[in-house]
Design a protein. Structure first.
Length: 300
């Protein structure tokens, strides 16, 4: 069975077709500009995949939508499926789900935050496969968190926004923080934009500066400690461009254990290398999570 997947990110939209095994069979990349410029191209792609002239086994049976946020994930809400107070001004209050439903008809659709979808992909085929409670942290230019509990994405008043956990400053660090809303939050102290502003170069050019990654690891570890003490996941998966620095993950694990300070003694923390793990789907977790979201929508 074929499913459509839309991974709508802050810099690009990936439109794809995949199967029930998570295999991506076709995809196109569309730059994220404004809704008026981007959405017609998205709609054109998926309309071709539900064309009545296609044989049934060549049509997508449902569409999974993985979207940058914040978004309204509360089914029954008047703004369900809308992008909310995003820093991308042109997309504020944009009715993503409604727009696609009106354009594509009654094809089943699933909708969620992009990092929740990425974790859904990892839980179905990747690092969290077989687990019911896990967290995915995407640490890139910004920071986002997805969480599953009991095998389902965590929703409530909204969805997790752990990228804006308030940080305690590492002693000696006087950087003000990059976040316009909170200053010294997780994203404001450890996101890629914060790294570039703090050190005067993008992260990819700072690989030979151990002091950069010592400080980065301490902030990531602080956030992970807050998350594990609050949500008690079975695994924490780290992805995003900042985690491409190979020296960073071992430091994060070291400082998490220092932060926990033996307060918790579980088999997971005793096996810290598997408890805090890298993403396993080669950057495709968002698309693969959207495929799984579509599969769930088709079955409902």
């Amino acid at each position: 069975m074929l499913y459509g997947a839309l991974d709508a990110g802050g810099t690009k939209f990936i439109c794809a077709v995949g199967n029930e095994n998570g295999q991506v069979l076709d995809q196109v990349v569309i730059p994220t500009s404004t809704p008026d410029e981007t959405m017609p191209k998205v709609i054109e792609y998926f309309k071709a995949k539900i064309d009545p002239s296609l044989p049934d086994d060549e049509k997508i049976q449902a569409l999974g939508i993985s979207c940058f946020g914040p978004v309204d994930v509360r089914e029954g809400s008047k703004t369900y499926g809308n992008i909310l107070n995003t820093p991308k001004i042109a997309w504020r209050d944009f009715p993503m789900l409604k727009t696609l439903k009106e354009a594509l008809g009654d094809i089943p659709m699933g909708f969620d935050l992009n990092v929740n979808c990425a974790l859904l992909g990892e839980a179905t085929w990747g690092s969290a496969k077989g687990l019911l409670d896990a967290v995915y942290l995407k640490i890139g230019m910004g920071v986002g968190m997805g969480a599953i509990s009991g095998g389902k994405p965590v929703h409530g008043m909204l969805h997790p926004e752990a990228g804006h956990l308030i940080m305690s400053r590492v002693p000696g660090d006087d950087y003000k923080g990059h976040c316009p809303s909170h200053g010294a939050c997780f994203e404001g102290m450890a996101g890629g934009l914060a790294i570039e502003e703090r050190w005067g170069k993008p992260a990819k050019e700072l690989g030979d500066r151990p002091e950069v990654w010592e400080l980065e690891a301490k902030y990531i570890a602080q956030a992970i400690t807050d998350i594990l003490l609050t949500l008690s996941p079975q695994k924490i998966i780290l992805g995003g461009g900042i985690m491409n620095q190979s020296q960073l993950l071992p430091l994060v694990r070291k400082y998490v254990l220092e932060c926990v300070n033996d307060y918790i003694d579980t088999k997971e923390l005793r096996n810290i290398n598997s408890f805090i793990a890298p993403a396993a789907l080669n950057g495709n977790q968002g698309v693969m999570g959207a495929i799984q979201l579509a599969s769930i929508a088709a079955a409902e």
